[in-house]
Design a protein around this ligand. Structure first.
Ligand code: SAH
Length: 225
């Protein structure tokens, strides 16, 4: 069970986490401030609240994981989010990364392919009142969200086997997409910038390990619809 209460000791644990992220090389003050702002323990059962502030990934429902804080900070830093930008996130998972983007002032659309995760988050998301600009979708991230496109920024939080072409189309000129790309055990973090004339510039960063980005929606059993 999770009781949503943010106490001084939680804030202290977050300050320690922020210190660790700084030591690991995160420099963007706005990103660190967002990590200090969002109670990550709201995404954990109360019994695990200490673990919430360790810099590690953790299992959530449907065989998925909440990304490691360092990974969230790293991806968010590369995305260079500005206030009021329209951001598409692929892989809502726990919704923690979603809240970090919202704390930076983004209007976030986020897609999840696991019905179980989507239903839970739809029902009770602890930040919906604080950040009414967040919209949740159940669907296949490979297809993006044509009705809400184009986006200033796109963030993929699962291992993409290749750069989804439809998502590139849904990126504004001048827009940025960050994705962990490659099949297998680890992925390289890639940042793609769509120049004003539509050409693409690609930069490579460190290696990470993500759960796979899978095509289609999962309705709860093993059925793909
Ligand atoms: N941002 C999340 C990361 C969760 S792990 C967090 O910090 O909690 C990645 C998530 O991507 C999983 O929930 C997985 O179900 C989802 N996913 C994988 N392939 C997808 C796809 N094609 N479309 C949407 N979501 C997808």
């Amino acid at each position: 069970m999770t009781v949503y209460k943010d106490e001084l000791r939680h804030q202290g644990l977050r300050a320690q986490l922020v210190k660790q992220l700084r030591e690991k090389g995160i420099t963007d003050e706005k990103v660190l401030e967002a990590i200090q702002t969002i109670p990550r323990h709201y995404f954990f059962d109360n019994a695990f609240e200490k673990i919430a502030y360790e810099d590690r990934a953790f299992p959530i429902a449907a065989g998925q994981t909440i990304s490691q804080p360092y990974t969230v900070a790293y991806q968010t830093q590369l995305l260079q989010v500005k206030r009021n930008e329209k951001v598409l996130e692929i892989g809502t998972g726990s919704g923690y990364q979603t809240a970090i983007l919202a704390a930076l002032g983004a209007r976030v659309c986020t897609i999840e392919r696991q019905k179980e995760l989507f239903d839970t988050i739809q029902k009770s998301y602890p930040f919906q009142r604080q950040y009414p600009g967040i919209r949740f979708f159940y669907g296949d991230g490979f297809l993006g969200l044509p009705t809400f496109a184009p986006f200033d920024k796109i963030l993929i939080t699962a291992a993409a086997p290749y750069t989804p072409p439809i998502l590139l189309e849904q990126l504004k000129p001048g827009g940025v997409m960050v994705l962990p790309r490659d099949e297998g055990d680890s992925q390289r973090m890639i940042r793609i910038t769509k120049q004003a004339d539509g050409t693409l510039r690609e930069e490579c960063f460190d290696q990470f390990s993500f759960v796979p980005m899978l095509a289609g929606k999962n309705s709860g059993g093993n059925k793909i619809v």
